[in-house]
Design a protein around this ligand. Structure first.
Ligand code: TXA
Ligand code: MG
Length: 314
């Protein structure tokens, strides 16, 4: 933790586990470090970063919380929820990290390693997922090493993560809006709000104009192999990403088979999703066929990531 904090203070790039996926950290107030971070990921600088903090007081120094934002923070922090809020006038997060927006995305992770690093460093850390831009997010230190070895300064290995999909992002606008489904199911948030989350307008989901969640580009989270959704049989030469106990016709001829959760558990499926996509991507299959996954609870985020993986090659 001390080495990680020293590296961050010196402008270094440090990968560390959060409960959702591994993040690539840089000092949120250091534009040089942030410029290096965008380069290391190959990420376009118009796509803003999440600022990670150690406690609510630190979050309130960089953003203004209304009653709704406070209620969500109190209910779900630390945990897999990111809030997009108006910046304070003396917000310490560099403009480069927020892509010039007057809002900032903030997260308070619950992973003990992330918390220890944030505590040791003592200031906000910007931390996008620690993968090459456009690739699936890393859920182990080995995934980080595969994507970013030689491009960053340190990887803190905390073992495989628990949640496996990125945080849920809620924009605290006039009506709280679900900008990205993620590790905290929509239903839990709506229960605290006492109302449904607003949906972003359709054109927020593309590269045109001023997207509300600029990172929600269609081609996010993509393996290199083509992905085919809602498979009801396996075609020759395909790898299969299965879900549940039922075997698909044609499965004997599959190049490789991995089951997200043989007992049909969505939490297990989320935790396995990105690692299995990475593994199936190396099997020489022409297509990864994916069985249907229910859309309730964590299934909303799982289906969102699968759709993006499929869209990228269409
Ligand atoms: O679980 C997570 O959130 C992980 C861990 C490492 O914390 N991080 C993560 O970061 O997924 P990243 O950079 O891969 O995704 C952040 C998303 C992007 O889609 C970005 O466009 C959006 O947050 N975002 C950041 N600032 C924003 C803002 N001010 N308004 C709207 N969207 C914003
Ligand atoms: Mg990412």
């Amino acid at each position: 933790m001390a080495a990680a904090a020293r590296s961050l203070a010196g402008g270094g790039l440090v990968a560390f586990p959060t409960e959702t996926v591994y993040g690539l950290g840089a000092d949120a107030s250091n534009p040089q470090a942030i410029a290096r971070l965008y380069r290391a990921k190959g990420r376009p600088a118009f796509n803003p970063l999440i600022a990670t903090v150690g406690d609510l007081a630190a979050a309130q120094r960089i953003a203004r919380f209304d009653a709704t934002a406070l209620a969500l923070a109190e209910a779900f922090w630390p945990g897999p929820l990111t809030l997009v809020l108006p910046k304070t006038t003396d917000c310490a997060v560099a403009d480069l990290a927020t892509a010039g927006l007057d809002t900032v995305a903030i997260r308070l992770p619950s992973h003990p390693v992330a918390r220890d690093i944030l505590r040791a460093f003592g200031r906000p850390v910007v931390a996008p997922s620690a993968n090459l831009s456009g690739h699936v997010s890393p859920t182990t230190a080995a995934h980080v090493e595969h994507d970013l070895s030689g491009r960053i300064d340190l990887i803190v290995d905390g073992g495989p993560v628990a949640v496996g999909v990125e945080s849920t992002i809620v924009g605290c606008f006039e009506a709280p809006m679900l900008l990205r489904p993620g590790g905290l199911p929509r239903g839990e948030i709506e229960r605290v709000l006492g109302r449904a989350l607003a949906q972003p307008p359709d054109d927020a989901d593309c590269e045109s104009g001023q997207p509300l969640a600029p990172g929600m580009l269609a081609s996010h989270y993509a393996p290199r192999t083509r992905v085919r959704l809602n498979a009801v049989r396996v075609e020759p030469g395909e790898a299969l990403l299965a879900f549940g106990p039922v075997a698909l016709p044609g499965v004997e001829a599959a190049t490789a088979v991995m089951n997200l959760s043989a007992r049909g558990d969505l939490q297990d499926a989320a935790a396995n999703l990105f690692g299995y996509l990475r593994t199936l991507d190396t099997k020489g299959a022409h297509t990864i066929a994916v069985m249907p996954v229910p859309g309730d609870g964590l299934g909303e985020a799982i289906n969102d990531r699968l759709r993006r993986a499929a869209m990228a090659r269409e």
